[in-house]
Design a protein around this ligand. Structure first.
Ligand code: HEC
Ligand code: HEC
Ligand code: HEC
Length: 194
């Protein structure tokens, strides 16, 4: 059995193969038209996918199936279940409204923002702050690095005043990742200032 993460990679590889096939076809077509295949390959390599910025650029709101796969709540449920038999992630916000597969990172931060007093070093209403979870989980991840070429700016913008903003929504950006709108829609100030 493949784990869900391996399936994620298999789908990525399948998409890569489809792209390679399309490239082979276009290279063949180029040959007929008398173009140099090496030039065409170099062009295709340059025309990389636009960098994905903002949580929902990768964790699509609602997820990709009925289980909400790859939505933020699905990630929370999956990682909590991996922590031990019978473990379940909370299903509601502190105010009582239910979490769902559309929930955004601002919802997550209600509990996973940095804690104070007896929660110092932890999340406000959770054992871990979101920054302590997502920094290592992404920066040491093979798919994040190799498939998405991810980095700090997948999730952040450094604002004019030097603040590390969090990109809660998929950012419309050009092929270099440069945002098309300023201020960036969905860019959040650090949760400890809310
Ligand atoms: C460029 C794509 C991308 C972006 C943008 C992204 N993620 Fe992820 N995220 C991933 C991938 C890939 C994984 C799976 C990592 C693995 O298992 O190797 C992941 C895993 C996670 C997990 C599971 C953590 C764990 O312990 O395994 C959480 C939670 C998460 N992301 C939250 C977020 C949040 C919040 C944001 C926005 C601030 C975000 N992600 C932005 C790609 C992305
Ligand atoms: C009501 C408060 C609350 C909200 C809202 C919340 N969480 Fe959690 N989260 C927790 C608690 C408490 C745990 C610990 C659960 C356990 O281990 O029994 C946890 C655990 C996790 C874990 C597992 C961390 C690990 O590696 O042990 C991840 C990942 C996570 N949450 C991500 C999220 C994301 C993403 C969201 C937004 C969709 C979110 N959480 C919303 C309270 C919350
Ligand atoms: C997967 C998304 C993701 C990636 C990638 C990521 N961060 Fe973050 N970062 C977060 C989240 C979520 C927080 C917590 C935001 C909050 O609590 O408001 C955070 C918080 C921070 C903060 C604290 C900001 C403040 O003023 O409180 C700094 C600094 C930071 N990140 C730096 C980095 C650097 C440097 C990198 C690259 C090496 C990086 N981050 C990569 C998601 C990410």
């Amino acid at each position: 059995m493949l784990t869900s993460r391996q399936k994620f990679i298999v789908v990525g590889v399948a998409l890569g193969l489809a792209a390679a096939l399309a490239l082979a076809i276009s290279v063949a077509a180029g040959n007929e038209a008398g173009q140099n295949p090496d030039d065409q390959l170099a062009q295709a390599a340059d025309a990389a996918e636009a960098p994905r910025r903002g949580c929902t650029a990768c964790h699509i709101a609602g997820g990709i199936d009925a289980d909400g796969k790859y939505s933020l709540l699905w990630e929370a449920q999956e990682r909590t279940a991996a922590g031990g038999e019978g473990k379940q992630h909370p299903a509601a916000l502190p105010g009582g409204a239910p979490l769902n597969f559309q929930s955004g990172v601002a919802d997550c931060l209600q509990c996973h923002k940095p804690g104070v007093d007896d929660q110092v070093g932890k999340g406000a209403f959770a054992p871990l702050s979101l920054r302590d979870i997502v920094h290592p989980a992404h920066l040491f991840s093979t798919p994040f690095n190799e498939e998405y070429h991810g980095g700090c700016f997948s999730c952040h913008n450094v604002a004019n005043d030097g603040t590390w903003e969090l990109l809660s929504q998929k950012v419309n950006a050009n092929e270099k990742g440069v945002p098309s709108k300023r201020p960036i829609p969905g860019a959040l100030r650090p949760s400890e200032t809310w």
